[in-house]
Ligand binder design. Structure first.
Ligand code: AMP
Length: 609
């Protein structure tokens, strides 16, 4: 039987509640109950996963000789964690490939897997397959309804109101073996659960399915904006999976607003902009001429344009209570722009999960995104935590340029009930979808507890993105440094739109290259100063020492042409990535065209090689 996370160990959420207040009360009560006894709920979850999947090929190697169905949950937990090894996604790839190719024997799960999700993998640059089952859609529903219940305590919204959602499905395809493949968000938006969530929370998305699944993100964005404005008085909050999509949409709005206003005046749809027949039909069936609204919007946009679109959200959507989206981790750099568009509007950071499994929910929505934590939902998967300790950098004396591991020494994994406040961990997942002790690759810090379940602070992806020799810098380190450098251009009425980086070890000494896309004019001498500022802002001891000894060369800042990062996005979307999951790649392979180079303080122009 397909596991139902809300239906185990008497931890049921009542499915009978019809009023949204009833559902809010019920789901919060359910969460309070399962988190009170988070440790034992976890033990039960593991037992349930292992008993359901007893005898599958992957587990047989380690658990084949044991009488799993008759073992009690505690004994099973200690057996499992002592004999089944910690694995990474690569270990599961050959098994998942066989499933994709049509092997229906019980490989990872007893229930046949009929759908695979594509995790974005865009920060690492490579997409990967992850099994997706009904359980995955149900936990998405639970995450969103639970988070909505906590949000509505702090920021109540009008029942029956609308949501301006910048959401996008990518195309679903079939594997050789006939399995459906798409991103997890694509599967979710086409599932029953997506409709149930709207009914339960009594908040309805502005855009119809044919806009969400239109297959062309530019056309979908135009329609999201158009419908969001058509229903502007009814919109209660604005959302997307990752905040990148919201910022991207409002940047487009700066260019599109005239056409959108024309369409609202006429009740029509610009035929050069919107070509997908199904999308046209769906939008045209919803709109009608609204000349007064169009004139009002135009007048507001003319003023907003002069103010560089400061406060566009509250100005055009007067009833919006907050913006809700993932704003942590690699999304933090987009916060500044969102705050500019939001002019003080509350920003509620979205929840924490991955294609592999949902992990935690933001139960303190009033916290600013910089301080947000995620309370682990102990019924979603079986979670283990590998304690991570920073290496003593002085003892670390390796000069190989090929090190792309990281800076941490690991302790043995511990269960959720044993984590400590202030300690950093890598999360390991055992899921209902057939992953056993699989590393997620994220570093989190425990910042406290919600009853018995830890509240996690997302630190960064574990993989280093900048290293030449003994230096070790993560995504987060890079973000902090870019923030410092970007402060110098903000005084010039310019802004850093996006950035990426890589470590160039093709010449000796190796050095870091940071790419910026800048909006506005910045003099070369200011860019020189930014470059120097970033070079001295890396706090990593290995980098500081290596720069002093010249075993790492001066940081190089390259300014790419306007629109380059949009081209990167287009490139990824054209290759099957979904805008909903997109995270700018941390490597340079997809940067194109000419760029201006500011190297070691001296400004030069040159091709990007
Ligand atoms: P994907 O499987 O492609 O959807 O990407 C999942 C990854 O996105 C996670 O492993 C995290 O690295 C990142 N992620 C997801 N949710 C959050 C969040 N709330 N804050 C920061 N990073 C997140």
């Amino acid at each position: 039987m397909e596991p139902n996370p809300s239906n185990c160990n008497n931890n049921n959420i009542s499915s009978s509640c019809s009023s949204s207040n009833g559902y809010e009360h019920d789901i919060i009560k359910w969460f309070e109950d399962v988190t009170e006894k988070a440790g034992s709920v976890q033990t039960q979850m593991l037992s349930q996963i292992l008993k359901q999947n007893h005898g599958v090929e992957y587990l047989k190697r380690w658990l084949g000789d044991y009488n799993i169905p008759d073992m009690d949950a505690c004994a099973l937990e200690s057996l499992f964690t002592s004999v089944v090894p910690i694995a990474s996604h690569e270990d599961f790839e050959p098994f998942i490939q066989r499933i994709a190719d049509g092997d229906t024997s019980p490989i990872l799960t007893q229930q046949p897997i009929t759908t695979l999700s594509l995790s974005s993998g865009t920060t690492g640059g490579r997409q990967k397959f992850v099994p997706f089952t009904r359980h995955s859609a149900q936990t998405t529903l639970q995450t969103f309804t639970l988070a909505a219940a906590y949000r509505s305590k702090v920021y109540p919204t009008r029942k029956g109101g609308r949501i301006l959602e910048f959401i996008y499905s990518s195309k679903q395809s079939q594997t050789k073996g006939g399995l459906t493949v798409g991103t997890a968000t694509t599967h979710y938006y086409s599932s029953q659960e997506f409709k149930i969530k709207q009914e339960k929370t009594k908040s309805f998305t502005c855009s119809p399915d044919d806009v969400i699944s239109g297959g062309d993100y530019k056309q979908s964005t135009y329609c999201h904006l158009l419908l969001g404005l058509f229903f502007c008085d009814e919109v209660e909050f604005i959302t997307s999976a990752f905040v990148y999509s919201i910022v991207q949409a409002f940047r487009s709005f700066e260019e599109l607003w005239r056409d959108i206003c024309d369409d609202i005046r006429e009740g029509g749809l610009n035929s050069a902009r919107i070509k997908v027949p199904k999308m046209r039909k769906a939008v045209l069936s919803l709109i009608s001429p609204k000349p007064c609204l169009a004139s009002k919007l135009e007048a507001a946009c003319l003023e907003l344009e002069k103010e560089d679109w400061f406060g566009v959200i509250p100005r055009l959507w007067p009833n919006v209570k907050y913006v809700y989206s993932i704003m942590t981790g690699s999304m933090q750099p987009y916060l500044k722009k969102l705050r500019h568009y939001g002019d003080g509007l509350p920003l509620v950071s979205g929840d924490y999960g991955s294609t592999e499994s949902w992990i935690g929910v933001n139960v303190d929505p009033s916290l600013p995104p910089e301080n947000v934590t995620f309370a682990v939902v102990p019924t979603f998967s079986y979670f283990e935590f590998i304690p991570l300790h920073r290496q003593n950098q002085d003892d670390y004396n390796c000069t190989s340029s090929s090190i792309m591991s990281d800076d941490f020494i690991e302790d043995l994994p511990i269960p959720l009930s044993q984590v400590k406040v202030g300690q950093q961990y890598e999360i390991v997942l055992t899921t209902f979808t057939g992953l056993y002790r699989c590393r997620l690759g994220d570093v989190v810090e425990v910042s406290g507890f919600h009853n018995g379940t830890p509240k996690l602070n997302f630190t960064c992806r574990r993989k280093l993105i900048l290293t030449v020799n003994i230096d070790k810098n993560t995504e987060k380190d890079l973000q902090l440094v870019v923030e410092r450098g970007a402060q110098l251009v903000s005084g010039e009425a310019a802004e850093v739109v996006d950035f990426t980086s890589y470590a160039d070890v093709s010449r000796q000494p190796g050095h870091y290259v940071i790419f910026w896309e800048v909006k506005g004019e910045v003099e070369d001498k200011v860019l020189d100063a930014c470059c120097r500022e970033m070079d001295v802002s890396f706090a990593d001891h290995g980098y500081v020492v290596s720069r002093k000894t010249h075993s790492i060369g001066p940081l190089e800042l390259r300014v790419v042409e306007r629109g380059t990062f949009k081209k990167i996005l287009d490139h990824f979307v054209a290759n099957g990535a979904a805008l909903s999951q997109f995270k700018t790649p941390s490597r340079r392979e997809n940067l194109e065209e000419q760029c201006r180079t500011v190297e070691g303080g001296a400004a030069v122009r040159g091709p990007l090689h």
